[in-house]
Ligand binder design. Structure first.
Ligand code: CUK
Ligand code: CUA
Length: 672
């Protein structure tokens, strides 16, 4: 190690030892030597030690930020503490999750049923973009939304208990991508289609792509009081089948507008075995695609005025209405764009071009002036007014290879991920010049800076979300984890601090929120709460009032759980009975969760302190079924168990046929 570095390492050691009570020169010298030995033994550089000091979080100390990341195909949300990079939770959203008992009781089954499509239960999702609720363009820490690209669904998570409360889907569209993005006061949660299809889930041959296939943007109305999306007050804008991609809502200067990019002005639809070009080349012929500029407040008014038609239960504003009434405009954007991000002041819109080295910075003021003066550059084939590219942009910034997504800090800098270059570029919003780049490992997708897509970004930290992790972690077979890399934005140059393998693919976007904005509850109050409906559950059970009642609709078991028993702990029913379990966890101590598992009936509940759950099922198999608590809740946790006894309706109906017993050997002839 060169001398100056050694001196700096010693200074670090000084910093370290200053934290301990013994600051005598002797102890400092020893501490420094010990640190040197440690660095040597673990082969750590001075930067490594700095990174460790910036991220290490002692036991009991809490993180400054929460990162809410998409859990990709798991259909979940991963919650990571920053800067420690400790994984705090996987929130079950679109898919059953056994530990949380999600999808196992009546309450959460009903939530999942909200996302059924074409009569099918869906047990996976492709989550892309989480969106925290906002007030005046700033995260308020109350709700989180996330979209499912594969099945065009939207979910609402309440951050009071980090639990999914609602899933909605509209059969008007078949897939989405620009979802979820919120308007500045969370009046609406935006869901934009990806792959066009005939609206309403009907059939039309692919040869009618131009005429019958459509995209669209659903504006799901959010009822903050109820904490739910309101399909009745939601609406959709119909778009041409240009394969819309990402979305962002305008804010401050551009409040009331929303922006969507798209990738297919060619109107290609595949058919590489039918003599047409494959999708990827068919969609990459033209030099320009269309940025969609939408005046959603005007759209809202037109819908209220009855200009929408109803398709699959959704109010849809027809394309010709949007084009004629000044709701929708197109501005060319360079080759195969991806990412559309509004700057914190709402004045500019940044679009990345996957096959272009530039980031294009559109000026909302210029766009608005063109619209107000009706200075159009013709119309697209669907009659939508076009704005001239050169008149709508503030400029372009030469970023590097494969620019995708952009985030912002509090110093006037923007950060854009460079997919092909596997790097993140920091650039000045003022003069559109790159300041520096930091490499990522590898194939970076989204990035997420601390509150970096709000009206007041924090700077501080940036997460690079990488799709490949090759050579970063101990190998685990051909399917590797994804890699979240934490970057310190306060230093010059930026410093890579930490690599976190994410064994849930494929995450796309994440948002990072100041931890003190969240006030999660530790226990459900009152005892017997229904976490989904809120308030006291209809069938909440009071201690001392446990009972089993046979009613017309089956056997109702009113049960309580408290360390360390279920009451009642023996349930006797007849085969074929419909069973209604009503279980209340009476605990009011933090973290005193009980599980409830029932052998062979595919039931596992998580009963958090004060929580009530209902489970309805048919006791169709006769036999003796142990039931037990699945959380190690006390010293007598193993004893927290019972029996579910199902008496056969017909004698021996379910009794396995005994193996034929071999004929007994003839008894020896007794001696006379
Ligand atoms: S997308 Cu995945 S890296 Cu769905 Cu936002 Cu760009
Ligand atoms: Cu309750 Cu273990």
């Amino acid at each position: 190690m060169p001398l100056p570095s050694l001196r700096r390492a010693l200074a670090l050691a000084l910093m370290l030892s200053a934290c301990s009570s013994d600051t005598s020169p002797q102890a400092t010298a020893t501490g420094g030597a010990a640190l040197q030995d440690l660095m040597k033994a673990r082969n750590l550089s001075e930067d490594d030690v700095k990174a460790a000091l910036k991220t290490f979080t002692p036991t009991g100390r809490l993180d400054e930020y929460y990162l809410f990341g998409s859990g990709g195909h798991s259909g979940q949300v991963v919650v990571v503490g920053v800067p420690s990079m400790r994984i705090l939770k996987y929130i079950a959203v679109f898919t059953p999750e056994p530990w949380q008992g999600y999808g196992f009781d009546d309450q959460t089954k009903a939530v999942l049923a909200g996302g059924r499509r074409h009569g099918k239960d869906l047990t996976w999702a492709d989550t892309h973009h989480p969106a925290l609720s906002e007030m005046a363009g700033d995260y308020d820490g109350k709700f989180l939304f996330i979209g499912d690209k594969a099945n065009a669904r939207m979910a609402v998570i309440d951050l009071a208990d980090f639990t999914t409360k609602q899933i909605v889907t509209s059969h008007v569209i078949e897939s989405d991508h620009g979802a979820a993005f919120v308007t500045p006061n969370t009046d609406y949660v935006i869901e934009v289609t990806q792959y066009p299809a005939p609206l309403g889930g009907v059939y039309a041959d692919i040869s009618t792509f131009k005429e019958k296939y459509r995209g669209g943007a659903i504006f799901w109305r959010f009822d903050r009081e109820k904490g739910r999306l309101d399909p009745e007050r939601s609406f959709m804008l119909e778009f041409p089948p240009y394969v819309q991609d990402l979305a962002d809502a305008g804010k401050l200067a551009s409040d009331g507008y929303a922006f969507f990019n798209s990738i297919n002005t060619e109107l290609a639809y595949g058919g590489n075995a039918e003599g047409r070009p494959p999708m990827e080349s068919g969609m990459s012929q033209n030099d320009m695609d269309y940025l969609h500029v939408v005046n959603w407040r005007l759209a809202e008014k037109l819908v209220a005025d009855g200009k929408a038609k109803t398709i699959a239960g959704m109010k849809v504003l027809p394309l010709e209405v949007s084009a004629a009434e000044g709701v929708l405009f197109f501005v060319p954007e360079p080759k195969s764009p991806h990412g559309v991000d509004v700057t914190p002041d709402g004045q500019d819109i940044v679009v990345g071009g996957k096959l272009d080295t530039h980031g294009t910075v559109y000026s909302f003021a210029k766009i608005k002036a063109l619209i107000d003066q009706k200075k159009f550059d013709g119309k697209d084939p669907y009659g939508v007014p076009l704005l001239a590219f050169k008149d709508a942009i503030r400029g372009q910034v030469d970023l590097g290879l494969g620019p995708l997504h952009t985030q912002f800090d509090d110093q006037g800098f923007a950060y854009t991920s460079l997919f092909l270059e596997s790097a993140c570029a920091k650039w000045s919003l003022k003069d559109l010049k790159v300041v520096e780049k930091i490499p990522s490992s590898y194939n970076i997708g989204h990035i997420s800076a601390a509150e970096g897509d709000t009206v007041s970004p924090d700077g501080r930290y940036l997460m690079m979300m990488n799709k490949w992790a090759l050579d970063r972690f101990a190998p685990v077979g051909p399917l590797l984890p994804q890699n979240f890399q934490l970057v310190d934005l306060t230093t010059n140059p930026m410093q890579l601090l930490y690599d976190l393998p994410i064994p849930l693919g494929e995450p796309h976007y994440a948002q990072m929120i100041k931890a003190d904005k969240l006030k999660p509850e530790a226990i459900y109050k009152p005892v017997g709460s229904d976490p989904i409906q809120g308030g006291l559950a209809k069938n909440a059970v009071e201690g001392g009032k446990e009972r089993i009642e046979r009613r017309d609709d089956g056997v109702h078991v009113f049960m309580t759980a408290i360390r360390s028993h279920f009451t009642p702990d023996i349930i006797r029913v007849k085969q074929g009975d419909t069973i209604h379990l009503h279980i209340t966890n009476l605990e009011q101590a933090d973290d005193a969760t009980h599980g409830f598992a029932l052998d062979s009936y595919n039931i596992n509940l998580s009963l958090e302190p004060g929580e009530h759950s209902d489970v309805t099922f048919k006791a169709d198999s006769a036999g003796v079924f142990p039931m037990y608590c699945t959380e190690f809740c006390s010293a007598l946790h193993l004893e927290m168990a019972g029996y579910f006894l199902v008496e056969p309706q017909v004698a021996a109906l379910d009794t396995p046929t005994p193996e034929p017993t071999p004929a007994p050997a003839p008894a020896p002839t007794p001696n006379p």
